[in-house]
Write a protein of this length. Structure first.
Length: 317
């Protein structure tokens, strides 16, 4: 990513700002770990560097992931597309283009805790559809603020999306957020998820992301900057002793038969990131049994040479 890359949304598109999120540059909450990774301009730059790397996803896997998400939304007709954690907005763009092929383009509303990523999403998507609002907010702890802003703009039916394994990295666990989301949505609205999945041959030892070797340079720098925001550990010191400092510890997940591990900085006992791996059929059953969602479409695939992959599912409330 070009470090001087800027995104200037059209001046008539308002951004609703949660004051608690706006103050995060001064102090990161102690229970924020993976959310701390995404704060500030350097957090945005570091994340874009990660997702653009072929070490993150091989080109063929990247294309297949895009195709499967587009496939499960094909033919869908909605009036509002809300992206919870818009990230680099590239997948949001592909979904919007796909939704517009057969139906009227939905309005698009991105929600993110990073101002630069939010502005990026607004700027990119405003070339494809109407963007009435962007929300700088925390949809985990600050869902009430986010939903209050959305209520002024949404048209039914809604497509609410958590892409890029956002659900699998969520800080407060899956059930709490999905309960809030489901209670806010209306019958006939839709939820789109993509998550990391594993097959029956998967083990922790077989998972490249659960080893130091699988942490490529861009990812290590991303972690280093996030840890610095939490514990003030100089990034250079962290990177120099990466293999000695970084370990993997078990974590909790709400989903039956799923696996959860934290990437942890051992000297400070600081969690950097939570990684959850879902068994696809168990994950789908949990969504229907726990929340009453109806599975409209689903697809999965496994990354080349791995027992780890990605699953995408479109749900109806």
């Amino acid at each position: 990513m070009q470090k001087n890359e800027t995104f200037m949304p059209p001046i008539d598109i308002p951004i609703a700002v949660d004051s608690k999120v706006a103050e995060l540059s001064l102090k990161v909450p102690p229970h924020w770990h993976q959310r701390a990774l995404y704060l500030g301009i350097d957090g945005a730059n570091a994340w874009i560097d990660v997702v653009r790397s072929n070490n993150y996803l091989l080109p063929a896997d990247r294309e297949q992931l895009k195709n499967q998400i587009v496939s499960v939304t094909r033919g869908l007709s909605v009036k509002t597309f809300i992206s919870f954690g818009s990230g680099d907005a590239e997948m949001d763009k592909e979904i919007t283009i796909n939704l517009t092929r057969e139906n009227v383009a939905p309005i698009y509303i991105p929600v993110d805790i990073n101002n630069k990523l939010l502005r990026r999403a607004i700027t990119i998507l405003s070339n494809y559809t109407s963007v009435p609002l962007g929300i700088l907010g925390d949809f985990e702890d600050g869902f009430q603020f986010v939903s209050d802003q959305l209520g002024q703009y949404v048209q039914l039916p809604i497509l609410a999306a958590l892409l890029g394994n956002t659900l699998g990295n969520i800080e407060g666990y899956e059930k709490h957020f999905l309960t809030q989301l489901k209670n806010w949505l209306n019958p006939g609205d839709f939820v789109l998820l993509d998550v990391t999945i594993v097959d029956e041959k998967w083990t922790e030892l077989s998972d490249i992301r659960l080893s130091h070797a699988g942490h490529f340079d861009e990812m290590r720098r991303f972690y280093a900057k996030g840890l610095n925001r939490q514990s003030r550990i100089p990034p250079e010191e962290f990177l120099l002793h990466y293999e000695e400092r970084v370990t993997f510890e078990p974590d909790y997940t709400d989903v039956p038969y799923a696996h959860a591990l934290n990437v942890v900085d051992l000297p400070t006992h600081t969690t950097i990131l939570s990684l959850r791996r879902y068994r696809w059929e168990n994950f789908l059953s949990w969504l229907t049994d726990e929340f009453g969602f109806e599975v409209i479409a689903e697809q999965r695939f496994y990354f080349a040479g791995e027992h780890r992959g990605a699953g995408a599912v479109l749900l109806r409330c």
